[in-house]
Design a protein around this ligand. Structure first.
Ligand code: B12
Ligand code: SF4
Ligand code: SF4
Length: 727
């Protein structure tokens, strides 16, 4: 009957007092209920026994209704100009009404089937009933570490509802086993560490730290040290998004839950009048936050956005007639100089008028390093007391050089031992000196700041970045990897101090995560050596830390995404790299590398069609001389296509492209040139023409004798190349 009424889950349990009430008592005694009066006062006490709601109750019929739709988070709908509403509130109609109406239908069916007298009461969410406890006892699922009820096949995206019945039922269901096992993804992913252990070693939720509570239930202004709520406007789904039991969870068939509003533009939301809010959200669960609460959430999201264009709407909200909204917006504005100053480490997006505005990083991420450096140098002139300004210049110099020598391209990471085999980059003396000067100044000024205040977070951040850059420099330019690791360790130490002082800072996990991964990836003997020198690392932990920054970071988010894309490639996990690269390409449209890397990843993932489609898109952008693409040569793209066809065994196609690319080899950067010659030789060999292959290998060796492709080419001079059988 329950299924016929639209419920995917159903079960029955006796209407007795729940043994879990002790858990509830302990939970609220710990203060975890925050200001939710309906849990703290008499209405909370009523949860001790369902017969407080219906004295004649003998049975509880528990049902679950799915609400997940086919809509997913994508690069287009999760940009930094948009807010985010939780899945359970996407529908046009409030789930309470939908559930209630279906439960009424179910009750009518039960009444029709049961002929005698019967009392009943329908409950959905708001009734003082321990819903998850009874649903668990009725066999609807187990209670996960994220505290949600999870069903093995249906996941956890479902609402609960109940009918208390005065009739006894003959059979009762049993709770399923706990299937969380050793997993702790939800705990690690929660950005505010709201999932905490209770006295019995089980996980529970401190609602005061939970974004869902802070955006839905908490009234008035945010507490002084409120955890960051990111772009969440109503509720939070993170601990369910990461749950493996939701990976294959089915979507709802319910029309009323299909998304009406889910990722609204922040600027548009900030401009809503009370009437417009009513028209948009009346009837949706978002209504619960009320106009004041919703706009307060918008103000917070604007303040935590990484986008400079969000300052204007925030300033308008600071003048809002609602005092709570206006004060929240003013608080967010006051915090901006600090947030955006920190942000300049990576994005350079300083917005507040009393700190330097540097569009340099927009150029930086679009690979326009000359333009970026012009901005960074003038910022430095205006703020010579700020260590980060020196870091920006040093970073601009280093990355310009990396692009020039092809080191920004991911061949850098494709070898067996990628972090150690990069040929030295050639860098001019002038750039070398400027880099060294900027590094020294950044360290000197940060040290001075730390002498005055050892807990100065900005100085620690600057120190960490300076050492990180120096580590890269030593590795790529000087190729002194032990010194490079020492610098990486110094970066990590400064970072660990930030993590101690501000454990909630997701961004601080960037350097830590990278260090874990890089050191954890070194060959064993080097790691052993490293441990004498004091470095240690764990690859998986490193990846996990970077994933947290990529998802929840503010200032280091894009760096973490770039690093992860590179790492996923190295870990042979192209499917994970693709969405990241799409997001980066959308965010930094003038950086062709994000698109070319997509080509490679689609190819690695076996999706030749998509790889060729992205490549054609890049070629169109090049031909149209779109910004960022004008300097890309036709030869480079021919190499890319030839390489792709080579791996897909389309040898005539590969040959034509590679011949054309190498005809004007001068148009290729060094990295691509040596690879193009190597591939050309290999294609000839595969077609049984070793005599034609030899000159190509010789060219590869001549162009960059010490590079990995040249070493490989040397091997094929005497023994023609054969494709290895797939393992
Ligand atoms: C208050 C409340 C909140 C609060 C507090 C949440 C919380 N975890 O306690 C806030 C505002 C933070 C919240 C958030 C959300 N909520 Co809410 N919330 C409620 C409400 C009204 C009461 C929950 C409650 O009593 N909490 C007190 C604590 C102690 O209870 P509990 O965590 O459920 O734990 C009980 C049992 O699970 C059991 N238990 C706990 N651990 C263990 C371990 C073992 C081994 C065993 C045997 C038992 C056990 O004992 C406890 C006492 O009964 C219920 C509806 C209701 N009437 O029950 C909805 C409800 C729990 N929320 C719901 C939803 C959908 C959400 C959100 C997903 C919404 C969103 N996207 O933002 C989030 C999820 C956040 C999260 N990780 O829990 C659904 C959950 C459906 C499901 N599949 O689990 C419910 C059931 C509403 C409904 N009718 O559908 N919610
Ligand atoms: S809903 Fe969000 S903030 Fe709350 S516990 Fe889950 S992940 Fe943490
Ligand atoms: S993420 Fe892992 S630990 Fe958390 S609820 Fe899901 S299965 Fe359990």
């Amino acid at each position: 009957m329950a299924h016929a009424c639209g419920f995917e889950l159903a079960g029955v349990v006796e209407a007795l007092s729940s043994p879990d009430f002790a858990r509830f008592e302990e939970w609220r005694a710990a203060g975890f209920a925050g200001e939710m009066d309906y849990l703290n006062d008499r209405r909370g006490d009523l949860r001790s026994d369902p017969r407080a709601l219906l004295p004649s109750a003998r049975t509880i019929l528990c049902v679950g209704k799915l609400y997940q739709t086919s809509q997913r988070a994508t690069a287009e709908n999760t940009g930094d100009t948009r807010g985010w509403i939780s899945r359970f509130a996407w529908g046009r109609q409030d789930y309470h009404d939908v559930m209630r109406e279906r439960l009424q239908r179910l009750l009518a069916m039960i009444r029709a089937a049961h002929h005698g007298p019967m009392e009943a009461k329908i409950c959905v969410d708001t009734a003082p009933l321990l819903e998850r406890s009874y649903a668990r006892a009725a066999g609807l699922g187990w209670i996960g570490k994220n505290t949600c009820l999870i069903h093995e096949r249906q996941g956890s995206w479902f609402f609960l509802g109940e009918i208390l019945l005065s009739i006894p039922l003959l059979t009762f269901d049993a709770p399923p086993p706990d299937r969380c096992g050793t997993c702790r993804r939800c705990i690690d992913a929660c950005p505010t560490d709201a999932l905490v252990p209770n006295g019995q070693g089980e996980w529970t939720l401190d609602a005061r730290l939970c974004i869902s509570y802070l955006t839905i239930e908490k009234r008035g202004e945010s507490p002084e040290n409120e955890p960051p709520t990111g772009n969440h406007l109503f509720g939070c789904d993170i601990c369910q998004d990461v749950c493996p039991w939701n990976k294959r969870a089915p979507d709802t068939q319910e029309d009323a839950f299909q998304p009406a509003v889910f990722a609204p533009p922040l600027e548009e939301m900030a401009a809503l009048s009370e009437e417009e809010f009513r028209a948009k959200f009346r009837g949706s669960p978002v209504w619960r936050a009320k106009y004041e609460g919703f706009l307060r959430n918008v103000a917070r999201a604007l303040g935590q956005s990484k986008n400079p264009d969000m300052k204007k709407p925030l300033e308008r909200l600071a003048k809002h007639e609602n005092a709570v909204v206006a004060r929240t917006a003013r608080k967010a504005l006051r915090a901006l100089p600090v947030i955006w100053l920190a942000l300049t480490i990576i994005t350079g997006r300083c917005l507040a008028s009393d700190v330097p505005v540097s569009p340099g990083y927009d150029h930086f991420y679009n690979n326009e390093f000359d333009e970026a450096l012009t901005f960074f140098e003038s910022d430095l002139k205006a703020h010579p007391e700020d260590p980060q300004m020196f870091n920006h210049v040093a970073q601009g110099i280093l990355y310009r050089e990396m692009l020039r020598s092809g080191a920004l391209e991911s061949q850098m990471v494709s070898g067996n031992n990628p972090f150690l085999r990069r040929p030295k980059m050639e860098i001019s003396d002038k750039d070398k000196q400027r880099f060294a000067y900027c590094f020294d100044q950044a360290v000197k000024i940060s040290d001075e700041m730390l002498r005055k205040n050892p807990n100065d977070l900005e100085a620690l951040a600057a120190l960490s970045v300076a050492h990180g850059l120096k580590s890269n420099y030593l590795f790529l330019v000087e190729k002194t990897w032990i010194d490079s690791l020492k610098e990486a360790t110094a970066a990590r130490k400064a970072n660990e101090r930030i993590r101690e002082l501000d454990p909630k800072d997701a961004d601080a996990k960037l350097v830590y995560g990278l260090n874990e991964y890089v050191v954890g990836s070194l060959p064993f003997y080097m790691r052993a050596l490293g441990s004498i020198g004091g470095f240690h690392g764990d690859r998986n932990d490193g990846i996990q830390q970077l994933e947290i920054v990529a998802r929840h970071g503010v200032r280091n988010r894009y760096d973490a995404q770039v690093l992860l894309a590179v790492i996923y490639r190295r870990e042979r996990d192209p499917k994970k790299a693709i969405p990241l690269l799409k997001e980066l390409a959308a965010r930094f449209p003038r950086n062709y590398l994000f698109r070319l890397e997509q080509v490679q990843m689609y190819s690695d993932a076996g999706d030749k069609k998509s790889a060729l489609a992205v490549l054609a898109e890049v070629d169109d952008l090049r031909k149209a001389r779109k910004p960022g693409y004008a300097n890309l040569t036709a030869e480079k793209l021919l190499y890319f296509r030839g390489n792709l066809l080579f791996w897909y065994n389309d040898l005539p196609g590969a040959l034509a492209d590679l011949q054309q690319a190498t005809q004007k080899a001068g148009e290729l950067d060094l990295n691509t040139e040596v690879l193009a010659w190597l591939r050309l030789g290999q294609v000839e060999d595969l077609q049984g023409r070793h005599t034609e292959a030899i000159p190509a290998y010789r060219e590869a060796i001549k162009v960059a004798p010490k590079s990995e492709p040249a070493v490989e080419a040397r091997g094929y001079l005497s023994t023609p190349y054969h494709r290895k059988e797939k393992a």
